[in-house]
Ligand binder design. Structure first.
Ligand code: N01
Length: 585
């Protein structure tokens, strides 16, 4: 197995093995949350460092460099609001920004605010241990250096712990193996040498048909000699309807940014994309159809805002799902391929994260693209030369499945390059992959074994002065991540400043408040179709051995912001604050 080039645009850390740096705060991760946390905490006078495993700032937008990667929240919304000058001077060029443009934006912010001198790149945090005696965190890394700090901010992302499938023989593949979340460096569309070598004129296979794959597949199809897509669960893919931004649109946004940003924070999803307040149930079939048609034309995630009850009423949801199924049948020429691309009946639309792409279904009309339906012919193993599938039912004693498959034989799909678009150990993976040990030897991994436990998603009892950014039990993945990140950074900055001004040393979630928040997060989800359609990373279903618990907060940004602000206003209700640890002689 080989992998294209190592990537390292940023400077490697100096040779500081064995050094320990004492700080007020360590921020882990230099994505949207981490970069702003650095700026904000530095602003209240803290000595802060960001520790980042990648070679540059950018977080998700540094690592996910696959062809076609772009955001599905509109660029004018998906950007920082905290600095008026930056939002006036930066000009987005497309409705949905591409990965290179977003990465350039975060780099610009880091340069513009002179943040880089406080960022250690190419250093992965491996452990964090609370020291009761000193009231500080000891932070260990894979680079030999370590840190101590009073406060630890885990801005590690909820979709950053990449996950490879457990398929027999994966390690024996002799072609190029690459994960979408660890793509070779370079601008995807310009295709640097490693990327070009992996894709252009090659026989490429892609495992997975989630958001990453559906963006990547049309572009890889254009460059590969042949593309084979291995699909286990077809999802709903909306046309993004991306387009360049006109000058007048940008100017209008810039003139009204304060109102737009305020609106986003009062909204459910943290942005300005329009939601229909009407319930589908209260409309006629014709009215519903017209609304769905308009949402399809608007593109992207607008579909899930077609009706107020689209995620709560099974009938309304099923009608929307059928509407999209009909679109698929109309776009895809070959009826059998079209049928294979139809999402299953037990998948309520939106309960697996909706995908948004350009020319996704159209790509299957190409002669050089083949869809392998893994429900008919599952992957048997991966071999040196490619992916071997087998006839469904073989070895399983399942004649019904075999009949449904039309007795389709499996076989070897020969490949030069295999792309794993297989997603992440979502929501909790990036936190529990670090050995985090709190009070009394309690580890975060152990505490979260049956699902994450937090108060307001921002702190977990037993882990004083440890702040979780835009993580589980927050609206993060159901919202504009940048809005969520800003809310958290501003809350944490306030919490630390208030702690210091009160002459206190630690803040920590209380167990009672945490229990109540976990119950609330669960109860909110139970009222929706997420409760009945559980085959998604929202539930941890994509990660073998993981507890099946619904992890995001469905209540929306506005309600969340009110809850967390009220807690701070009420003298940090639900959090315990204590005196500083006496300095040891
Ligand atoms: O990952 P995924 P992703 N054999 O988990 C399949 C965000 N994001 O990287 O559904 C065969 O969604 C798996 O099949 P199944 C966004 O929030 C945003 O695409 O488990 N197949 C699935 O098809 C998104 O939801 C943007 O049956 C296997 C795929 O791999 C999240 O990131 C862009 C398999 C994984 O899909 C994750 O997206 C990109 C196996 N053993 C990502 N294991 C935008 O802003 C897994 N699969 C637009």
């Amino acid at each position: 197995m080989t992998s294209p080039s190592a990537h390292a645009p940023g400077p490697a850390p100096d040779d500081e093995d064995g050094t320990t740096t004492d700080l007020d705060a360590v921020v882990v991760g230099a994505g949207f949350s981490g970069v702003y946390a650095l700026h904000s905490l530095r602003g209240i006078g803290l000595d802060v460092r960001v520790v980042e495993s990648g070679g540059d700032v950018g977080g998700t937008w540094y690592h996910n460099r696959y062809p076609g990667a772009r955001c599905d929240i509109e660029s004018l919304d998906y950007s920082y609001s905290f600095d008026h000058d930056i939002q006036q001077e930066w000009t987005w060029t497309e409705r949905y920004a591409s990965q290179p443009e977003i990465l350039a934006y975060i780099r610009h912010v880091a340069d513009r605010l002179d943040l880089r001198r406080h960022v250690d790149l190419h250093v992965r945090v491996t452990s964090a241990t609370w020291d009761e005696a000193s009231g500080r965190w000891s932070v260990g890394t894979d680079a030999g250096r370590s840190y101590t700090a009073q406060h630890l901010v885990l801005a590690t992302g909820v979709l950053s712990a990449a996950q490879s499938p457990q398929i027999p023989g994966l390690e024996s593949f002799e072609g190029t193996l690459v994960h979408t979340a660890d793509w070779p460096d370079g601008t995807p569309d310009a295709a640097n040498a490693a990327d070009r070598e992996a894709i252009n004129g090659k026989r490429v296979g892609v495992i997975g048909t989630g958001s990453s794959a559906t963006q990547l597949i049309p572009l890889v199809a254009e460059r590969a000699a042949r593309l084979t897509v291995f699909q286990r669960t077809p999802n709903f893919v909306m046309p993004a309807q991306n387009h360049p931004l006109g000058e007048s649109v940008v100017d209008e946004w810039k003139a009204h940014y304060p109102e737009r940003r305020a609106f986003a924070r009062r909204s459910r999803n943290g942005h300005n994309q329009a939601s229909n307040p009407l319930r589908g149930r209260d409309l006629t079939t014709a009215e519903r159809h017209a609304e769905l048609e308009s949402r399809w034309s608007s593109g992207g995630l607008y579909m899930m805002r077609a009706f107020a009850d689209i995620l709560t009423d099974p009938y309304v949801n099923a009608e929307a799902a059928d509407f999209v199924r009909e679109k698929i049948r109309n776009i895809v020429d070959d009826p059998r391929t079209a049928a294979d691309l139809l999402p299953p009946r037990d998948l309520a639309i939106g309960t697996k994260r909706l995908c948004s792409g350009t020319n996704y279904y159209e790509t299957y009309n190409r002669d050089d693209v083949r869809l392998v339906n893994l429900r008919r012919t599952p992957i048997d193993r991966i071999e040196a030369g490619g992916v071997r599938t087998r006839r469904s039912g073989v070895g399983e004693g399942a004649p019904a499945a075999q009949a449904a498959a039309g007795d389709e034989p499996g076989g070897l799909h020969e490949l030069d390059t295999l792309v794993l678009a297989t997603g992440f150990d979502a929501m909790t993976g990036s936190y529990v992959r670090i050995d985090v040990t709190g009070r009394d030897g309690l580890t975060l991994r152990e505490k979260w074994r049956d699902g994450p436990r937090t108060h307001l998603g921002v702190m977990s009892a037993g882990f004083p002065n440890l702040f979780l950014m835009a993580g589980p039990q927050t609206p993060s993945v159901f919202s504009n991540m940048v809005t969520q990140a800003e809310i958290h950074v501003e809350w944490v900055t306030r919490a630390i400043r208030d702690l210091r001004e009160a002459g206190l040393g630690t803040i920590e979630a209380s167990v009672d408040a945490e229990d109540a928040w976990v119950d609330h997060v669960t109860a909110e989800a139970e009222q929706t179709l997420y409760a009945t359609s559980r085959n998604s990373w929202f539930w941890g279903a994509n990660t073998p051995g993981k507890a099946q618990v619904f992890t995001p907060y469905i209540g929306g940004i506005a309600r969340y912001l009110e809850a967390i602000t009220t807690a701070a206003d009420q003298d940090y209700a639900g959090f315990a604050r204590t005196q500083p640890t006496p300095t040891l002689a």
